[in-house]
Write a protein that binds this ligand. Structure first.
Ligand SMILES: C[S@@+](CC[C@H](N)C(=O)[O-])C[C@H]1O[C@@H](n2cnc3c(N)ncnc32)[C@H](O)[C@@H]1O
Ligand code: SF4
Length: 442
């Protein structure tokens, strides 16, 4: 590997491929089958019978703290593994898009009077394709809203140059999340990522020089043809770079991706479920040993409060095509079509495709499942939000999780056990696979 023009060799001896065995007991085959059934049932019961309405409207927004997620729906090219569908980069279309975003923000500002905005997140597609646009949007948010929080942006290594980084820093963006995926060039090629590891290493170095408050990098695991040694090499490279946080996403194999076709066609092979669990355990042990605290199921941080992904906020509105909003007991999603999005906003209407108001019990359960992503759920926060006790409201559901040894009750929190972490990772993948294909296809 080349960094700063120097060849770096990682010593295999520092990597211990049996690392995970220390904390976790492997699940037996029988346990796997049972757990898969439980997971499927739990996800189906929670998400199958939601009734969405195409005439859904956001009216009285009831929350104290809101985040805004602005989705930039352009990419240079579509990566073969990606969950998110984007439009090819087109500067003229991006200009019309920018005007539509401003209109959507204006409409929401009238609905959100008196509500504080705590975070602004620019998510992908690829926001770093239009740094000037991002700066304009952030400026407009500051004018329209009571915003006194932090702002974060997702970045593709191919766009990370000094001009773009300076523009982002000057416009007030504090946190940057760079999509690395892997430091292994062969794996990057297999998953159809448009850059090599030397570009990624350079991007991280440049971002560090520009003084962002928090630098997160995204890695992926359980990738086709990836083995434990490849993963350990990625982890070792990432920790040596001393970034503020490392997100590690297991591949979610969506049916509209090129990787899906290649796997189904037998051209490439995914690690087995057991191997994926071993990889996840290795990640947890390796990163905790190198000073990274588990701040979410798939994120490890030296500064746990410093950065949060775009869908993790309790209440947020999503701006842009395909953007989701979760506010109080409501969920809604915008039209996936960029043309419809621009057209609807040109006529002064919100571009909501469909939405729903959850019944109270379902809202509680979904809130709990979403918050489990942070590994532990605060009983006080539940009480404050729903004016009741979590152990009373979700009694049977929680009891099942306790019986299976997935959850423990400690100091004001319900926390995932080691076994629970594995299941929670599988459940999160399963939920993404259930929800995303419904909303994301353009
Ligand atoms: C919106 S994307 C990245 C932003 C930017 N466009 C880039 O390419 O770096 C956010 C992250 O989602 C993760 N991701 C994308 N597709 C995924 C999939 N199929 N399974 C798991 N994670 C995925 C990747 O780690 C990616 O960096
Ligand atoms: S990973 Fe990033 S650049 Fe690649 S398709 Fe997804 S959003 Fe676009």
């Amino acid at each position: 590997m080349i960094l700063n023009g120097e060849r770096i060799f990682l010593e295999r001896s520092v990597i211990n491929s049996n690392l995970y065995k220390r904390v976790f007991k492997p699940l037996s085959k029988k346990n796997h089958v049972i757990s898969e059934r439980i997971i499927k049932r739990l996800v189906s019961r929670t998400f199958d019978n939601i009734k969405y309405s195409s005439s859904f409207k956001i009216n009285d927004i009831n929350c104290k703290n809101l985040s805004i997620n602005v989705r930039i729906p352009f990419c240079r090219s579509q990566c073969d593994f990606c969950l998110f569908r984007s439009n090819p980069w087109n500067p003229r279309l991006a200009e019309s898009y920018l005007q539509a975003v401003k209109e959507e923000l204006k409409i929401y500002s009238n609905l959100l009077k008196g509500i504080k905005v705590s975070t602004v997140y620019f998510s992908g597609g690829t926001p770093t394709l239009m740094p000037e646009g991002v700066a304009e949007i952030l400026e407009q948010i500051k004018q329209l809203y009571e915003f006194d929080g932090e702002s974060s942006i997702e970045a593709n290594p191919l766009d990370i140059n000094d001009k773009t980084l300076s523009k982002l820093i000057d416009s007030g963006i504090e946190n940057i999340s760079i999509g690395i995926q892997s430091f292994n060039d062969e794996i990057l090629a297999i998953i159809g990522r448009g850059h090599e590891s030397r570009i990624a290493l350079n991007a991280i170095k440049r971002a560090k020089n520009h003084g962002f408050k928090h630098i997160n990098i995204d890695l992926m695991f359980a990738l086709p043809e990836q083995n434990l040694e490849d993963l350990e090499y990625d982890l070792k490279t990432a920790t040596d770079l001393e970034v503020s946080s490392i997100s590690t996403y297991p591949l979610i194999l969506v049916p509209y991706s090129e990787v899906y076709d290649a796997v189904k066609g037998g051209l490439i092979k995914l690690p087995s479920v057991r191997k994926e669990h071993s990889m996840y355990k290795t990640i947890i042990n390796f990163l905790s040993d190198t000073g990274y605290q588990m701040s979410a199921l798939w994120r490890f941080s030296k500064d746990p409060g410093g950065y949060c992904g775009p869908f993790e906020f309790n209440d947020f509105i999503g701006i842009g095509p395909n953007a989701w909003s979760v506010v109080d007991k409501t969920f809604s999603v915008n039209t996936p079509s960029l043309t419809d999005y621009i057209k609807t906003l040109t006529s002064g209407r919100l571009p909501i495709l469909k939405g729903t108001l959850f019944p109270l019990k379902k809202a509680m359960k979904i809130w709990f499942l979403r918050n489990l992503y942070h590994v532990k759920v605060s009983k006080d926060e539940f009480r404050e939000r729903f004016n009741s006790e979590i152990k009373k409201e979700l009694k049977w559901f929680l009891r099942m999780l306790f019986i299976f040894g997935l959850l423990k009750d400690e100091e004001g929190y319900l926390s995932l056990t080691n076994k629970g972490l594995l299941y929670a990772s599988d459940v999160t993948k399963c939920i993404a696979l259930k929800l995303l294909p419904n909303f994301l296809i353009i």
